[in-house]
Every structure is written in C-alpha cells, then in structure tokens.
Design a protein around this ligand. Sequence first.
Ligand code: ADP
Ligand code: MG
Length: 288
Amino acid sequence: MIEIRNLSKTYNQHQALSSVNLRISTGIFGLLGPNGAGKSTLMRIMATLMKPSTGDVFIDSLSINAHPEKVRRMIGYLPQHFHVYPQLTPIEILDYVGVMKGLTNKQERKEQILHWLHEVNLTSKANDKLKTFSHGMKQRVGIAQAFMGNPKLIVLDEPTVGLDPEERLRFRNLLSKEALNKSILLSTHVVTDIESSCYELAVLKKGELILDATVDQLKERACGKVWEGIVPPGYLENLAEDTILSSEHRGTTIHARVLAEEKPFNGAVMLDPNLEDGYLALLGGTSS
Ligand code: ADP
Ligand code: MG
C-alpha cells in the first residue's frame, strides 16, 4: 500500500503541488493531468530524487522522508526524460540499476537483466550501444530498468511517449501481467493510455488533486453532456474551444461532438460519454 499524505512542493515562489492526498493499492493507477499539472514533480518526490516542501509518502508504512535509502530500493522509476550515456549497452545499464537495487548476486542479476530485456523485446539488442537506438528503443530500456529488482512500486512518467502502436500493446500487456503483485503508477496526458490499462486514476490540475476515482466514474462526469450532430453555420466559432470534442467536415456540412449542459442545437443527439469526454468535462468544470 502506498500512501501520499498532505504532499506539497514549492519551487521558489511557485506552488507545483498543493496538499495532495492519495492511496494507491496493488494494480495500475493512472495519473492524468495537463502539462504543468505537477505529475513529474509528484513522481520525482516518490522516487526520492527530490524532497517535498511538506508532507510525506509511505511505501508499506516506510516514510520516504525518514528512510529514503530503504525506500529507493523498493521503487522502480522511469523519468519523463530518460537520459543515459550513449556509450552504454542495455545490459550495462540494467546491471548498474540492479546493483543499486541491492541485487548483489551476479547470477541473479544476470537472470533478471535477460528477463526484463526479453519483456521489452530488446534481447537481440542487448549488447548494442544506446547511441544506435531509436527513441522508442531507449524508452523500452527505461521501462526494463524500472522493473529491475522487482520493486513494490513502479513509477512511470509518461512511459508511452515515443512507442509505436505495437510497442504500446506489448507495454500494456507487460503492465497488466506485473500489476498482479505490485503497484504501478503511470502518468500521462493521453487519455487513451489510461482507458486501456487502468481501473483507478487521479487527476492533477495546477498542483491540486481534483479527482480520485475509477475510470467509469470519470466517464460519468460527462453523462448527459455529450452531443453530436450537424451544426448550424457559424455555430462552432462562438463556442469555447474546450467544449468542442471533435468536428469533421462532411461535404458541405460540419458534424461536431460538443459538451453542453442542454441540447445545444436543433438535431443534436445525446451520446454516451467516453473517458476523454469525462476528462474534458472535469477540467472545464473546475475553476481555472
Ligand atoms: P507535469 O509533469 O504535470 O507537466 P511538472 O511537475 O513538470 O508538471 O511541473 C509542475 C509545475 O512546476 C510547472 O508549472 C513547472 O513549470 C514547475 N516546475 C517543474 N520543475 C521545476 C523546477 N525544477 N523549478 C521550477 N519550477 C519547476
Ligand atoms: Mg511531466
């Protein structure tokens, strides 16, 4: 069990996190929020790379403030920008991380390295230097190193950026397999990443936690508010941009999907909301 208690972070004068409280149990937990919401700040604190201004995080009752070294071994972390020396190979990077995670037995370390490289489909590149890798391949090395040492908590900051559709699918399957016996916290600003792998999620906006709910509960935020149809000429020009979910030219007419409390125009049909609708309804519905 992971417990985030009253966590705040101020950079100079700027409040990046304000009194965040959250409990995360086993499984995949999504952290959603626009750019600048504080997702990476929260994750860096959880990974013990940065101290909070106030508050604490407990990993199985162990405080990150009181026991950062112990906690560090219980956490795997993929930063938003995973930079490593271009001269190193995946095996060398994973070996280093394994040592850091307390895997002192060389044979055990080797087995884990081969296992995780296989899981991210990099076995054939195990001894190639990272400077020859594409962005997606580096990202997969980053994912593999986060799992080294079988940590209790895996913190992945925007892990799907740079992955192609096939790699995303592989990644999703890896997460669902691993989530049976650990907590995986996954941040993203891409709603579909959450929809396809998480059951629970939290939404950060300007440093504040504005939602802690299930995926279905977030969808419900837009219940009765999603409308679609052929819009009258000039209609979209007068709408706030964050209420236009999509619009499409079909011949001489425009079909649009919009958020509205009531039937917005003649012929509009109410639709069941998807997660993105719920997310946009939530963001638009809180003071900005
Ligand atoms: P997210 O990951 O959700 O995009 P961040 O945690 O990166 O958000 O940033 C949250 C806020 O804190 C932003 O306004 C950002 O500009 C600011 N911020 C992040 N890191 C620093 C830093 N090292 N120094 C000053 N301000 C920062
Ligand atoms: Mg970020």
